[in-house]
Design a protein. Sequence first.
Length: 320
Amino acid sequence: MSWQDIMPKKFETLYSDPKIRDEINELLPKFSANPIFTRISELFPSGYESITSSMLGAIARMHDVVVEAAQPNLIARQLVQVIRTSDPIVRFPKAKRAKAYRSAELAQVWITGEKYEVQDVKADLEIRAAAEWTRKFLEDAPWSVLERQAAELGRAVGLLETEEVIGMFMRIPEDELAGGSEVITVNDGKLSYEDVVNARRAVLKEMFHPDCLLVSVSREADLWKDDKFIHSFYFGETVDKQRGVLGNFLGLELIVDNSGSVPDNKAFVIDRKAAGVLLVRRDLTISSYETMKDEVYGIMASERIGMEILRSKAVARISI
């Protein structure tokens, strides 16, 4: 799945879905009664991109500002499987490996195929961020102010999602990690190439395939001072500094968390296909609300998600 596929969709893509189009059209009167969207439609009467309706264009413009601001902060979606679902609970079967036996010709055949256990993951976490203004303020508000406030909502939702997923990796008990414990760095307080090799080996010995190294900004700086790392690093075509993706080494994509969710004393080597899952039941969208008593009008950015570790042995946690 490409990066674009796992990120929240922009308005034009959403609106092309007949079901979502009908839902938005039903809510149009509520948006039209909100002075925030009325003001934006006045500022941009010709609509937005291919949308010619001024009110629909106002909704689209605000939605896209929120989504674009959230994307650089949704680092978590690069650490686990992202699955879109319409169900509140998704059941994941986990196969226990089959075992082969050596036997003589015509001897008894041992049937030892895969056995399965299941794990249910609930999409019951709603993340919200809101901004509100008085009618008096909105009557003269410039677009630059409204745009900045909307962008902050997207950023806040993206940061909290990332914090939740990284916190999930932090909470894995030590004895359930790859190798049965944390990987201790060779030099206290400093991450090196050798430490990453040791963590990668721990995941490989659990018969998983590590493909990601997650570090904080400070630990990234440690690696750039290590000659072994520098000589093995390859920027390649995956570089996207805005999303924290710098390149590859040892078959690991280096992802740098600049949100502060990864503490400086931890780093992770992960098999992203096996370690965990992020369910997206309702992706990042905006809605309008009002408080008539105080004549306050607002917009809310929200998403409904769920997450769970599926294979803790697919994660090596480095203690620095």
